[in-house]
Design a protein around this ligand. Structure first.
Ligand code: SF4
Ligand code: SF4
Length: 254
């Protein structure tokens, strides 16, 4: 019996599902080893019943999302938060501390509370147990394939627990902060992209989310302040892909 795999979607852009479809060279081999029971972006075919591995992309941003997530958790042995919306809450969580959902519905859409079943955007781990997270906006193809291969072999997939700077130095790329004062987020962002942007002479904008905790944000913040960047610029930059980055994360000297 092939493992039953579901690729589910909550609120997001569906870019992580698209990354699976983009695995053009590997896709046929992959589907010969698994049985896909749900994959909204790939097919309208759906099956009820238990799931061995559930990939869930998107954040919990509506009551419908929350109900769907709990149902997926109940039927799944392994649940993977797939992509930054699922892992951190995504771009839609970046202003969670600025007003209630009702105030925003009023301001943005001009509707009264309850018009949509919207909630403040949260990561999956706020509501259910998550067995593995695969970050990225979108996810990296190789990391996803490695995780699936490990799970099919009964192994625990590897997680990147160090920052982008490590990959940057292993590649011997010049540091764009030191060389040109660019506001690189590499020191606080989870590795796994092989330091793609510094390799092109660009600063990391943090698309893989924070490395395991926000504990390094205060040091990054002080360094970028010293380089002349404003508090608002730094906070906005951190918030794009790292979910709710509260001002407290920046430490005392604000
Ligand atoms: S360029 Fe960015 S990722 Fe590379 S060492 Fe400097 S801060 Fe780190
Ligand atoms: S933004 Fe940062 S984490 Fe994203 S690909 Fe570029 S270097 Fe990697």
């Amino acid at each position: 019996m092939k493992p039953r795999v579901g690729i589910f979607s909550l609120t997001g852009c569906a870019g992580d599902q698209l990354q699976i479809l983009n695995m053009e060279d590997e896709l046929l081999d992959l589907v010969s080893h698994i049985h896909i029971v749900d994959f909204q972006e790939g097919s309208s075919y759906k099956e009820e019943g238990p799931v061995d591995i559930a990939f869930v992309e998107g954040s919990v941003s509506t009551e419908t999302d929350l109900k769907h997530l709990k149902e997926i958790r109940e039927r799944s042995k392994v649940l993977i938060a797939f992509g930054n919306c699922a892992v951190e809450g995504g771009i839609q969580a970046m202003r969670n501390d600025e007003g209630s959902i009702d105030e925003r519905l009023k301001e943005v859409y001009g509707v009264e509370p309850g018009f949509f079943d919207a909630r403040l955007s949260k990561p999956l781990s706020e509501y259910v147990d998550v067995d593995l997270d695969i970050p990225g906006c979108p996810v990296e193809k190789e990391e996803t394939l490695r995780a699936i291969t490990s799970l099919l072999h009964g192994d625990t997939p590897l997680r990147f627990t160090y920052p982008v700077c490590v990959e940057c130095k292993l590649n011997e790329y010049p540091c764009v902060i030191i060389e040109s004062g660019k506001p690189c987020l590499g020191p606080v962002i989870r590795a796994g992209c092989d330091a793609r942007c510094p390799g092109l002479g660009l600063d990391c904008i943090g698309c893989r989310g924070p490395v395991d905790s926000a504990s390094g944000f205060a040091a990054e913040y002080s360094m970028l302040l010293e380089k002349g960047y404003s508090k608002e610029f730094i906070l906005n930059r951190l918030r794009v892909f790292s979910g709710e980055v509260k001002e407290d994360f920046l430490g005392g000297d604000q």
